[in-house]
Design a protein around this ligand. Structure first.
Ligand SMILES: C[S@@+](CC[C@H](N)C(=O)[O-])C[C@H]1O[C@@H](n2cnc3c(N)ncnc32)[C@H](O)[C@@H]1O
Length: 354
C-alpha cells in the first residue's frame, strides 16, 4: 500500500519520531523503514510540503516521499472481530458462552449450533489471546467427588498442564484432572488477606491449593492442605517447589473426614471448606478441626430460588448449635454466579465450643 512518509537522516530520526507522535501524525500501524542512512516515517494522512516547516528546526533536509509499505500484522481486538467473515453473523453474536483462561489454556463453553465451527473459534481465541496455545471446549458439567469436568481439545497443542499465576503465586494445574476456576481469584485473595502471622490453617478441599499457596506466600503460617484427588495434590507439590514454599504447607491425600479425625482435631485457627454442593455434610468436620478456644470457618455454599442466603445462614447456625458450638456470622457474600438462578456464597463464621 502506498504511504506518504517523511524522509530524515538517521541521526535525527528519534527527535522527528517524538515530534510526529506529539503531533499525532505518525502512523503506528506501519513500520518505520530505513535505506542507507535515511529513515522514512509513515504518516497517518497526507500533509502539504509547506507543513514540513514545522519540523525544519530538526533538519532542513526533510522531504515528503511515497513508499510501498505493508501494515503490521496486528491481532484482532476481540473475538467478534477475529471471527468476522468466518461464520454466520447471528452465530458470532452468541460466542463464546463463557471463556476461562488458565495459564496458556483456554476453556470455552459453546452452544450446539456453533459445533461445526468449533476449530475456527478455537483458532480465533488463540489469535486474540496471544498467550493461549491450547483451547478446550466444555463437554458437560462439573461432576464426581474430584469435581472435574469433561473437556475436549478443539485447537492448538494437546496439553492439559499449565502454570497459572494468581496474585503473584504460580499454580500448577492439570485442567483435565483437577478442579480450578480462575473466577475464584478474588475470593482466594480476600480470604488469604484476613490471615494473621503464625496461624494454623486447614484447607479441607484444597484442589490444586490456591488458598493454601496464597496464604503461605503472604504469611508465615502452617497449612494442612487436604484433597482426595491425588493429581490435585501432585500439582500442589509442584507449586510448592515453583514458589519455594515447601515447609509451610503440608499436602495430604485422602478423605478429609478420616484425616481430620485421625490427626487434625483442635489444631486450626482457620478452616477453609470450599465444597459448595456438599458443604453441610462436612460442617461437623470443619468444627472439630478448630482450636478449643475457637476459630474461623469459611463456609462455601449454594443459594438458589428456593434457598436464600438468609435460609442458608440459619441452617448453618442451627447445625453448629446442634453440634455444641456457639457460632456467629462475621460476613456473608455472593462469590459468583454458579448456574442460572444459583450463586456460590461464602459465610465467614466465628465458632467456639459451648
Ligand atoms: C471445589 S474443588 C476445590 C477448590 C479449591 N479450594 C479452589 O479454590 O480451587 C473441591 C475439591 O474437594 C475435593 N474433595 C471432594 N470430596 C473430598 C473429600 N471427602 N475429602 C477431601 N477432598 C475432597 C475434590 O477432589 C476437589 O478438588
Amino acid at each position: 500500500m502506498r504511504k506518504v512518509c517523511i524522509q530524515v537522516e538517521q541521526s535525527l530520526g528519534e527527535r522527528l519520531r517524538q515530534l510526529l507522535i506529539e503531533e499525532e501524525l505518525l502512523d503506528i500501524e506501519f513500520p518505520i523503514t530505513k535505506k542507507n542512512d535515511l529513515l522514512f516515517f509513515p504518516l497517518r494522512y497526507e500533509i502539504p510540503e509547506s507543513q514540513l516547516s514545522k519540523f525544519t528546526h530538526i533538519s532542513k533536509e526533510l522531504k515528503l516521499v511515497e513508499k510501498e509499505l505493508e501494515p503490521f500484522n496486528r491481532k484482532p481486538p476481540d473475538l467478534v472481530t477475529a471471527l468476522e467473515g468466518k461464520l454466520p453473523v447471528p452465530l458470532i453474536e452468541s460466542i463464546p458462552h463463557s471463556l476461562d483462561i488458565i495459564g496458556e489454556i483456554a476453556v470455552v463453553e459453546l452452544d450446539t449450533p456453533v459445533t461445526p465451527y468449533e476449530s475456527v473459534i478455537g483458532e480465533a481465541i488463540m489469535e486474540v489471546n496471544s498467550r493461549v496455545t491450547t483451547v478446550y471446549v466444555k463437554e458437560g458439567g462439573i461432576t464426581g467427588i474430584r469435581r472435574i469436568r469433561p473437556l475436549r481439545l478443539i485447537a492448538g497443542k494437546a496439553q492439559a498442564t499449565t502454570i497459572h499465576t494468581e496474585y503473584g503465586v504460580q499454580l500448577a494445574i492439570d485442567v483435565t484432572q483437577t478442579y480450578f476456576s480462575p473466577r475464584l481469584g478474588t475470593e482466594h485473595d480476600r480470604v488469604t488477606g484476613l490471615i494473621q502471622p503464625n496461624e494454623v490453617l486447614v484447607d479441607m478441599f484444597t484442589g490444586v491449593g490456591p488458598f493454601a499457596l496464597l496464604a503461605a506466600n503472604r504469611q508465615p503460617v502452617t497449612v494442612y492442605a487436604i484433597d482426595i484427588n491425588n493429581q490435585a495434590i501432585k500439582c500442589l507439590e509442584k507449586s510448592l517447589t515453583l514458589n519455594r514454599l515447601t515447609g509451610r504447607i503440608i499436602p495430604l491425600v485422602g478423605d478429609v473426614r478420616n484425616i481430620v479425625q485421625e490427626r487434625l482435631v483442635g489444631v486450626a485457627d482457620r478452616v477453609i471448606m470450599n465444597l459448595p454442593h456438599d458443604a453441610f455434610s462436612y460442617l461437623d468436620v470443619a468444627a472439630i478441626a478448630t482450636k478449643k478456644r475457637g476459630g474461623t470457618i469459611h463456609f462455601y455454599g449454594i443459594t438458589s430460588q428456593t434457598q436464600s442466603l438468609e435460609m442458608l445462614s440459619a441452617e448453618v447456625l442451627a447445625q453448629l448449635t446442634n453440634q455444641g458450638y456457639k457460632a456467629t456470622i462475621q460476613k456473608s457474600r455472593i462469590v459468583r454466579p454458579s448456574a442460572p438462578h444459583e450463586n456460590q456464597v461464602v459465610l465467614d463464621l466465628q465458632v467456639i465450643p459451648e
